[in-house]
Design a binder for this molecule. Structure first.
Ligand code: SAM
Ligand code: SF4
Length: 293
């Protein structure tokens, strides 16, 4: 595993693997001494979410346990002096972690092991697009935190922007969480919701979101869409994101806004990878959204 810093793209680290494939890791310094390393679990991704740059690559291969852990080890070594220490790990880089569940569960356990990287389990978060059987397994076998990329409040929209929903729909995903979390004491799932202008950001969506997560111990992250070349979508304006947030907060939900981290040099969620010439297919835009994209 060789590595190289990409000064042009800020805190992005590129690792060249033994087979010359390249994987990306991002270090995100927040305020108050919190620094998060965002690790990849695959080269590319098979899930083909329509708003995600990595998804366009298709899946090249899974990463081994060692290749995942090494990203956190290296980031910690590199950033300890400059930004304090790495405090959090999120599996939100390239790939769908639960598509590579075996290696991800092992990597996460090494990260929290006393003889390993000694992170607190609450500070290691695995994010999924919603592979239901693997999600159940993770909740039963791992004590690390879980994030679920929701990104829509109806099957109609989610079937389009996240095709995995055709296999495991919203009802099944949310019912599984409701059931499984009954056995996890003081555990909250983090729902991620990337806001796409005119697609999933209406006030009706906000009200539906309140209904569909009812009974699930959760926090919600509203994420600003990071545009990339060739993408159909536009980010929801900041004021609208704030109004959307307020509707959720007034209903008693714990909700955070993750506004864009700014410049296009910063490597960010859903902007990692290099699709190349052969790309995953773009899906047909449903009739009612033709004007929005
Ligand atoms: C890149 S994914 C990796 C983890 C996992 N595959 C998943 O989907 O949760 C991490 C997060 O980035 C979000 N994301 C993907 N593309 C994005 C984009 N262009 N702008 C903002 N967030 C994006 C996803 O919805 C997800 O919540
Ligand atoms: S959002 Fe996650 S699951 Fe979807 S294509 Fe991107 S990396 Fe894969």
């Amino acid at each position: 595993m060789k590595h190289q810093m990409e000064p042009e793209r800020g805190l992005q680290i590129l690792f060249t693997l033994e087979d010359e494939m390249v994987v990306e890791t991002v270090v995100i310094p927040f305020s108050q001494g919190r620094t998060t390393v965002c690790v990849s679990s695959q080269v590319g991704c098979a899930m083909n979410c329509q708003f995600c740059y990595t998804g366009r690559m298709g899946l090249r291969r899974h990463l081994s346990t060692a290749e995942i852990v090494e990203q956190a080890v290296f980031a910690r070594r590199l950033f300890t002096s400059e930004f304090g220490s790495i405090t959090n790990v999120v599996f939100m880089g390239m790939g769908e972690p639960f598509h590579n569940i075996e290696n991800v569960i092992k990597a996460a356990s090494i990260m929290v092991d006393e003889k390993g990287l000694q992170f607190s389990p609450r500070k290691v978060t695995v994010s999924t697009s919603g592979l239901v059987p693997q999600l159940k397994r993770f909740l039963r076998e791992s004590n690390c935190a879980l994030a679920v990329s929701l990104n829509a409040t109806t099957d109609e929209v989610r079937n389009w922007i996240m095709p995995i929903n055709r296999k495991y729909n919203l009802g099944l995903l949310l019912e599984t969480l409701r059931e499984e979390l009954r056995f996890k004491h003081r555990y909250k799932v983090l729902f991620e919701y990337v806001m796409l202008a005119g697609i999933n950001d209406s006030f009706e969506d906000a009200r539906r979101l309140i209904e569909i997560v009812r009974g699930i111990p959760c926090k919600i992250n509203l994420i600003s869409f990071n545009p990339h070349s060739g993408s159909l979508f536009k980010p929801t304006p900041e004021e609208k994101m704030i109004e959307f947030r307020n509707i959720l907060a007034e209903a008693g939900l714990v909700v955070f806004l993750r506004l864009s981290r700014g410049d296009d040099k910063m490597a960010a969620c859903g902007q990692l990878g290099e699709p190349g010439d052969i790309q995953a297919p773009m899906l047909r835009v449903p009739e009612q959204f033709r004007m929005a994209v």
